[in-house]
Design a protein around this ligand. Structure first.
Ligand SMILES: [Zn+2]
Length: 386
C-alpha cells in the first residue's frame, strides 16, 4: 500500500506525501513542518462568464508573479535543504502533492451559478494542485521506475476522490505539460491537478456526444467503449494492447502526435480503477511515454490529459475515463502552432496521417527500463566511469 501522510504548509496549504509501497517511511513532525513563515494566502482571482460562448474564463492576473524557470538550486519542488527551503519541507520524498501557491482557481470553494449573463463575475472557486513525480530535479516521467509510476497513479486516484468531494467541484483534471516549448515554467518533473467549479468547454463537448450516443443505445453502450472496440477490430491505428488497457491513435487525430489510452472496463475516473488495472497502467503509461521520446533524438514536448467523467449527474453515466496524450511536434525540428483555423475556428488540420503515426509508435524501439546508476556502472568495462 502506498503510504499517505497529509500535512499543512506555513500558509495553510495542504501537502500530501505519497510513499512508494515497497519503501514505507515514517513521516515525523520534523520532516513535515514548514518553517518558512509564509504570508497568508491571497483571495482567489475571478471567473467571468463569456456570454458569447456560454463558457467561464478564469482571470488570474495575480499569477504573473509566479515562479518562472528558477535556477536549479532554488527549485521550489526539490526537497528542502539548508540553502533552499522549498515548498516540500522533507529532505526526501517519493511523490508529493500540494496546493499551488499561485493558483488559477481557489483557494476559496463555492458554487458557480448555472444561469449567467453578460457581466456575471464570481470568485474563481476551485483548487489547483502540483504533483511532484520524483525528488530528482532533472529527468522526466518516462525515466521513473514502474514502482514510482504506480505511486503517481495512486496519488492521482486519491486526489480525484478527495477533490471530487469538495463543495462546488464539477470536474477533476490531472495533467502534465512537458517541455518548455509548451509553456512549462518549472523543469523539475511534475504535473498538476485542476478541480474546476464548472464543466470545462472540451469536457462539455465530449460529454454531450457521449450522452447522445448513450441515450441512442438505451444505456447499453458508451461512445468511448464503442470507439475502443472499433479501433481494436480495425487494428491499423493500434499502438499497444494490454489486459486492461489499449492505446491507439484516434481515427480523426487532431494533433501531429496523438494517442488515446483507454481502459477496457468503463470507469468514470482514476479513483474507480482496481489494483490490477493500476498495476498495468503504471507499466503501459511509461511504455507510451518512452515511445514518444524514442521517435526523435531529443525529448518530445507533450500534454498528457486525463479525461475523467464530470461530476454532473447528466453527463457522468455516459462518460468514460481515458487519457489523451498529444504533442504539437511534427518533425525533429518542427512544432505545429495553433494558427488561424485551429485557434480561431477550432478546425484542426493535421499534417500527419493517424495510420502512419500509429505504425511509427508501434515499431519504435523502446528501452526496457531506465537502468539505475549502479546498473550503468556495472555495464561499463572495468576502470571506466559513467
Ligand atoms: Zn527541483
Amino acid at each position: 500500500m502506498t503510504g499517505i501522510t497529509s500535512t499543512r504548509l506555513s500558509d495553510g496549504r495542504e501537502l500530501i506525501y505519497f510513499d512508494d509501497a515497497h519503501a514505507p517511511k515514517t513521516r515525523t513532525a520534523e520532516t513535515t513542518t514548514d518553517h518558512r513563515g509564509l504570508p497568508a494566502r491571497g483571495e482567489p482571482g475571478e471567473a467571468r462568464f463569456d456570454a458569447l460562448t456560454g463558457e467561464w474564463v478564469a482571470v488570474a492576473a495575480h499569477r504573473q508573479s509566479r515562479t518562472h524557470l528558477p535556477p536549479a538550486d532554488q527549485c521550489p519542488i526539490c526537497p528542502t535543504t539548508a540553502s533552499n527551503p522549498s515548498e516540500i519541507p522533507a529532505d526526501d520524498y517519493d511523490v508529493v502533492v500540494f496546493e499551488n501557491r499561485f493558483p488559477s482557481l481557489g483557494p476559496a470553494l463555492g458554487t458557480v451559478p448555472a444561469e449567467a449573463a453578460w457581466g456575471t463575475t464570481v470568485p474563481a472557486y476551485g483548487r489547483c494542485e502540483v504533483v511532484a513525480f520524483t525528488p530528482a530535479h532533472t529527468g522526466s516521467f518516462s525515466g521513473l521506475t514502474e514502482a514510482r509510476s504506480r505511486t503517481v497513479i495512486e496519488a492521482w486516484a486519491q486526489r480525484t476522490e478527495a477533490l471530487s468531494a469538495l463543495p462546488g467541484i464539477k470536474q477533476v483534471f490531472p495533467f502534465e505539460n512537458r517541455g518548455a516549448d509548451i509553456g512549462v515554467t518549472l523543469h523539475h518533473p511534475h504535473g498538476q491537478i485542476y478541480a474546476y467549479p464548472y464543466v470545462t468547454p472540451r469536457a462539455g463537448v465530449l460529454g454531450a456526444a457521449a450522452r447522445k450516443f448513450y441515450d441512442a443505445a438505451d444505456g447499453r453502450e458508451t461512445l468511448t467503449g464503442s470507439l475502443l472496440r472499433s479501433e481494436r477490430e480495425d487494428g491499423s491505428r493500434m499502438v499497444l494492447e494490454g489486459e486492461n488497457f489499449s492505446a491507439y491513435v484516434p481515427f480523426a487525430a487532431r494533433w501531429p502526435l496523438e494517442i488515446h489510452l483507454v481502459p477496457h472496463r468503463q470507469v468514470p475516473d482514476l479513483a474507480a480503477l482496481g489494483g490490477e488495472e493500476k498495476d498495468e497502467l503504471a507499466h503501459i503509461y511509461l511504455d507510451l511515454l518512452k515511445r514518444l521520446d524514442a521517435l526523435y533524438p531529443t525529448p518530445t514536448p507533450y500534454i498528457s490529459a486525463w479525461h475523467q467523467a464530470p461530476l454532473d449527474p447528466l453527463l457522468r453515466p455516459a462518460s468514460y475515463l481515458h487519457l489523451q496524450l498529444t504533442s504539437p511536434r511534427r518533425a525533429a525540428d518542427k512544432l505545429k502552432f495553433l494558427a488561424g483555423s485551429e485557434a480561431a475556428m477550432g478546425a484542426f488540420i493535421n499534417d500527419t496521417t493517424p495510420e502512419s503515426v500509429a505504425e511509427r509508435l508501434r515499431n519504435v524501439t523502446v528501452p526496457a527500463s531506465t537502468p539505475s546508476p549502479a546498473a550503468l556502472q556495472a555495464a561499463l568495462p572495468e576502470g571506466a566511469t559513467a
